[in-house]
Structure formats: structure tokens, C-alpha cells
Design a protein around this ligand. Sequence first.
Ligand code: NCD
Length: 339
Amino acid sequence: MPPLQPEAAPLFHVIDPRVFDRAQLDDLCDLTTRVRLLAKHPEGARFLLGLLPDRRAMLYFVQPSTRTFLSFNNACHVLGIRTSEIRDPSTSSEVKGESFEDSIRTFSSYVDVIVMRTPRSGEAARAADLMNRIPRPVPIINAGSGQDQHPTQALLDIYTLDRSFEEQGGIDGKVIGLMGDLKRGRTVRSLCYLMKNYRNVRLVLIAPEQFALEPDIKAHLRENNIPFVDRARLADVLPDLDAIYVTRMQSEWDTAGETGRVNYADYSITSENLGRMKQTAVIMHPLPRGPEIAPAVDDDPRAVYWRQERNGMWMRVAILLKIFRADGVVRDFDISALN
Ligand code: NCD
């Protein structure tokens, strides 16, 4: 178990990954590990379940979601938080013309936290702005907003990287490949924002030209002295990478069949090219996957995306603990007494 961090500030909204500093990230990772270990024991699981039974959460997910929805829903249940949900906008009063702001304000009347995913960029930030102006605000957690940000995914990705490199000095100094649709995929945009917290990380951006990382994120990387290079094919860089973060082509945003022009062979992990990867490298993916990772790769010990998926639930438990200031009691719990 890593040493305890000094008490880090509680969270309120979780909207923009740029607000996280290294101490907060280390603290969240430490808390996530504690929760994960506690939950393995019936007594630890019951302790977690008793922490927040008086809290209620709204899950407003009007864009398709499997993992993020289920992991937040189950993270709430791990802590005894009760949940309400809207997943289909046709069942919400927005179809009667109610504004987005009025809908969010309505949710806030009934619950203590709103977790939201919408197809429109910037909407979670709008909800947080609204909360900052009303008398009884509740925290907003951005669970994916259009093409712009997905901060809790980036946090669980950091946790997965941190855990994977536990025996190799952590994330500092690693060469990390980010591959796929870097233009329209929000997970990579959020992950890039967190990279400023790690020393000597180098990024390799592997994308077809039409899906290159947007200039705003590249400007952020330059401002924070994070070296990066653009590469058109995975084959050119595979042996250099300590981690490869694979993403799918986001075809749902196509306007003229852009995805159809991608040569997947240049952006895929297969049983054949696995042999060219470092033995210690890790393969990540936020999922869902398309053809960019062959199912046979799942059996390789370097494939950590299923663990990454499960880490998502534990990281979201940690985030909820921080928001409701219940992290202290978890840190005080003597896990060794359970063994
Ligand atoms: C991602 C998303 O929704 O942005 N999925 C997820 O939350 N794990 C990635 C994707 O859809 O490609």
C-alpha cells in the first residue's frame, strides 16, 4: 500500500480534468485501491454499503452508454446511494419543450448529485454553471459530453496506468501511444489533460490524418511541455511504446463516410503485431471496441482493458466518496484486520 497522501481537498463538480493536480490524482488512486481491497471482503463490502445510504443520485444518460452508466450505477450501490435515471430523452419533459437548464434544476430538487452524459459538447459545464447560480446546488459529474470531455474515464485510465506500472516506477518517464480517432474521441482529449501531472512522459499520436488530435489539445500539450509526435501508422512506433491506448473510430459522428476511408491495418492490434511490443507494455482501450483490437489479443497478459473497465467502477466509488467527504473513514479503516 503506498503511503497516505495528506488530506486532499473535497471535490464538488467533476467537469474539466485540468483541475486535478498530482496530489489529488495520487490520493484518488490510493482511495480506489482501498475500496477495491475492502470490497473483496464481506465485512469490507458491508462497511462501504453503510457509508452513504442517505444520499441519492440522478443518472441522466441521454447518449448511449453501457460501461459508464453501469459502473456509476453500481458504484452508487456499493456505497448505499440510491439512484434514479433518465436514459431516453423521449421520456423526459424536454420533449414538451422544457429547457435543458430547467430539467437539470428539476433533477437537483430531488437528489444530491447528478451524473450526466449528453451528446452535446459543453453541456455538463453548462449544468455546473447553473448549479453555481442556484440556492441549493448539487455536484455535477460529467460522464461524457459530446466530443469534448470524459473526465472520469481519464481518471480510471490514470489509475489503470498507475497500477500497471507499479513495479516500473509509475507513469513518470513512460512513452504512451494514443491511437485511433483522436479528433472526435473525448477519452483521449481528457487523458491528454491529465498528463501534465507526470514527469517526462512522451506521447505518440497515431491517427489517420482526418482524425488527428485537435489543435486545442496540442496547444495544451505544448504549454505544459509534454513532448508529442504524430505518426500515421502503428507499425512505425510499436516497439518503442510502454503503453498503447487504443480507441475506436467514432463513426457515429461521420458526415460523409469518413470512417470508411480508414485503413484499419495501420491502427489495429493483432496477434501478429503483438510480437513487436515490449514484454512490459500494456494495451488499453476505453471500450467499446471495433475491429481495432482482435478478440485473440484478450488472452495476452499485456491486454489490460477488461481490468481497466472494472477499475472504472472502483474509481467512481472513490470519486463519490470524495464528493460526499466520506473518504476519511475509508482511509481510517484497517484493511489488514480483514485478512
Ligand atoms: C467512450 C465514450 O463514450 O466516450 N466509452 C466509454 O465511456 N467507455 C469511448 C467510445 O465510445 O469510444
